[in-house]
Design a protein around this ligand. Structure first.
Ligand SMILES: N=CN[C@@H](CCC(=O)O)C(=O)O
Ligand SMILES: [Zn+2]
Length: 405
């Protein structure tokens, strides 16, 4: 692969922690060499490269890091959404509708659906995607989803895969505890070659704290990193459990006690907030401001799934975080890039992964750029809902260009 010099940048949001508050550069340029960022600095000092891209006075950000999605699914839950808009509350049980549709869909069709969803995300500036199993809920179904997703990681379509066998107790299970035995035993063993992470839906209607702890401990013993869906519908104990077990991330965090906030602030567990899901379920928006003020690390993610958040738009999440959750633009962009990378332990500082770091534009990071069709990144919140992704470069390849469509 050749090198590329990117110029004409009005604002370069490096989101590079080593630059601290000086991370937004003007008159800057970037050189990409194959899949990696090779140089970042003043335009006047930029080295030459094989190819050039002049972005015409537009703002450039790291590609979004979407650290929480459920892309392996079939079927439609728009009538459930419709009922919710008429006043019916969200409940975990809706997951079963998607399980039925997903089990009835061929691997080939599911793969096509996932790839289409990833292409949509790329067109919105997303360059790193985690995805979860969790709509199989039997050994065959979970393995099929994990294998499919792992195949897409191999070809660079997805980045990392999470085992979410503990998403809901399926209708055919004789009891929740028997199902937990299955998840911790044969199901975990079968999916293990395909996944890097384990997650559990620790919530009323899904899994108790004790059941969640069993699942997470078994998965940690099998070498998986931990994530938790917690405190979405109430103070479920999921946040405390995630911190106790050293999970990389606890996601949702709508209902937090002061102890939860303190625990997050004094831990390495990232609080991943999912504002599109909060709006779609008419839940109280997660307390982003309170978490940041307390010193917790937050991420923003789309939670793209058919039940609670059928969007992969990270720009929508960032705009909501600024307009409604009272984050500054800097805090929201950082949460949607570096924060997501931290939640996946793929940030420039963690060094935990063999893969190239993401979430920042820094020498050695993966060559993932998002060029906005705007002279300044504040347009993300100033012009919410507008198609502001001008170009997306993922692993050094142009995967979206507005003017080529
Ligand atoms: N909360 C649990 N899981 C998903 C919803 C899945 C569904 O309803 O299909 C979520 O993150 O919101
Ligand atoms: Zn989720």
């Amino acid at each position: 692969m050749s090198s590329l010099l990117v110029t004409g940048i009005s604002e370069l949001w490096t989101v590079d922690p080593s630059r601290g508050p000086d991370g937004i550069l003007t008159d800057a340029a970037v050189v990409l060499d194959g899949e990696q960022v090779a140089w970042v600095g003043a335009r006047a000092d930029a080295p030459d490269a094989d190819d050039r891209l002049d972005v015409g006075g537009r703002a450039v950000l790291p590609g979004w890091v979407d650290s929480h999605t459920h892309l392996v699914f079939a079927g439609d839950r728009s009538s459930e959404f419709d009922a919710r808009m008429a006043g019916r509350p969200y409940a975990a049980g809706g997951i079963g509708v998607t399980v039925e549709a997903t089990r009835a869909t061929s691997e080939c069709t599911l793969t096509r659906l996932v790839v289409e969803r990833v292409r949509e995300a790329e067109a919105g500036g997303t360059t790193t995607l985690e995805t979860k199993t969790g709509y199989g809920l039997d050994v065959d179904g979970e393995v099929a989803a994990a294998r499919l997703a792992a195949g897409l990681v191999e070809t660079g379509v997805l980045d990392t895969v999470t085992f979410l066998g503990a998403h809901l107790v399926p209708a055919e299970a004789s009891s929740a505890d028997d199902y937990v035995d299955l998840v911790c035993g044969p199901m975990l063993e079968a999916v293990r070659p395909y996944v890097q992470w384990a997650d559990v839906f620790c919530e009323s209607g899904a899994f108790t704290v004790e059941q969640s702890r069993r699942v997470l401990q078994a998965c940690a013993a099998a070498g998986l990193g931990l994530r938790v869906h917690g405190n979405q519908l109430g103070e479920s104990g999921g946040v405390a459990l995630a911190v106790e077990l050293g999970a990389a991330s606890v996601d949702h965090c709508n209902h937090l006690s002061d102890n939860d906030v303190d625990a997050l602030a004094s831990s390495d567990t990232v609080a991943t907030l999912l504002p599109a899901c909060d709006l779609s379920t008419r839940a109280p928006l997660a307390p982003a401001r309170r978490l940041v003020d307390a010193g917790a690390t937050i991420a923003l993610a789309s939670n793209c799934n058919p039940g609670t958040s059928f969007t992969s738009s990270m720009a929508f999440c960032v705009a909501t975080a600024v307009l409604q959750q009272r984050l500054s633009l800097d805090e929201a962009i950082t949460a949607g890039t570096l924060g997501g990378a931290k939640a996946l332990r793929r940030d420039v500082e963690s060094g935990e992964s063999a893969a190239l770091p993401v979430g920042s534009i820094a020498v050695g990071a993966r060559a993932d750029l998002h060029v906005l069709d705007a002279p300044a990144a504040i347009h993300l919140a100033y012009r919410p809902g507008m198609p502001l992704s001008w170009a997306t470069i993922r692993r050094g390849r142009l995967v979206h260009h507005k003017e080529k469509h």
